[in-house]
Write a new protein. Structure first.
Length: 151
């Protein structure tokens, strides 16, 4: 796998194009809700709209890029389909907008084997893609201006 880090906050169009690209290679997505942070009404509405795509819901103290000490969060995992992708597209204008209380935290995307394709730590404005060679070349070509480093 090769890594591409996203170096800037994405414009709405870049964010939407990235989600469309990810929908071609990922099979699921996750986000978390932290109970110590008040949740706004958009979170409840979003989870209700995504309910048909829910794969798993569990209490965790860590997820890619984040580890909590003495606390837990609820991790939601959803199947990525054309319909769930469309819900994500209308729910946010940017990758780093996935922060409570407005939205769940850290929207990330997974491959079929549950390895991370896109890891997002939204409050730190830090995100990276883990891609095979073909995906790497596709994403680098499509989004070269967004990339800070590649390994």
């Amino acid at each position: 796998m090769r890594t591409l880090a996203i170096k800037k906050d994405l414009s709405t169009n870049e964010y939407k194009a990235l989600l469309v690209c990810l929908a071609k290679i990922a099979t699921s997505f996750t986000f978390v809700i932290r109970p110590e942070i008040k949740s706004g009404p958009r979170i409840k509405s979003l989870i209700e709209r995504l309910n048909d795509f829910l794969i798993a819901e569990q209490e965790v103290d860590q997820w890619p890029g984040t580890q909590l000490f003495g606390r837990t969060a609820k991790l939601f995992k959803f199947k990525l389909t054309e319909q769930s992708k469309e819900i994500l597209l209308v729910s946010s204008k940017g990758l780093f907008d996935w922060i409570q209380p407005e939205l769940p935290e850290d929207l990330s995307f997974l491959y079929q084997d549950d390895q991370n394709c896109l890891t997002n730590i939204a409050h730190e404005k830090d995100a990276w893609l883990s891609l095979n060679s073909d995906e790497y070349n596709l994403v680098l070509k499509e989004f070269s201006e967004l990339i800070i480093r590649n390994n």
